[in-house]
Ligand binder design. Sequence first.
Ligand SMILES: CC(C)(COP(=O)(O)OP(=O)(O)OC[C@H]1O[C@@H](n2cnc3c(N)ncnc32)[C@H](O)[C@@H]1OP(=O)(O)O)[C@@H](O)C(=O)NCCC(=O)NCCS
Length: 141
Amino acid sequence: MPPVTIRSATETDAAAVLDLWRAAETTVSVTDTPEQILVALGQPGCMVLVGEVDGVLVGTLIATFDGWRGNMYRLAVLPPFRRRGIARQLVVEGERRLVALGARRITALVEREHDWATGFWGVAGYTFDAGMARYYHNVVM
Ligand SMILES: CC(C)(COP(=O)(O)OP(=O)(O)OC[C@H]1O[C@@H](n2cnc3c(N)ncnc32)[C@H](O)[C@@H]1OP(=O)(O)O)[C@@H](O)C(=O)NCCC(=O)NCCS
């Protein structure tokens, strides 16, 4: 397979990023709109990364630094391109950029019953935190 190129997404990628999330069967949430992706692209601490193979967008990762902690969201790779290390490369690049901004701890929100996701984060060096629970509230529907 040709190598994957990791780069920052631009405004022209917004629709393709949403298409990729649908094709990769990520869990859809209130934030999955073109408008929200454009908001993310305009924030200095929010890095929307895409992986490309031969000019085709095959993977994404959103890495954010809020001044205190780093967080990763929307790690996704298209099914035909999985198990080739693309997610790992996206995470390594996300970590590199977060560390450069000052992050010392990075958290990934992972659906407990998604074995493929827990399998990935475990080997990527992330520790499962059984003591924490996630609380969320959609302030705009
Ligand atoms: C999770 C996901 C991003 C992994 O992408 P990927 O590019 O295939 O991952 P990589 O090739 O970098 O995998 C690195 C390692 O993670 C582990 N891993 C990856 N997929 C796995 C799976 N389905 N089951 C168990 N372990 C897995 C393996 O140890 C793998 O190394 P190996 O292939 O040498 O065994 C991809 O399956 C995906 O997009 N899933 C749907 C969206 C999703 O659930 N994202 C996670 C959000 S938290």
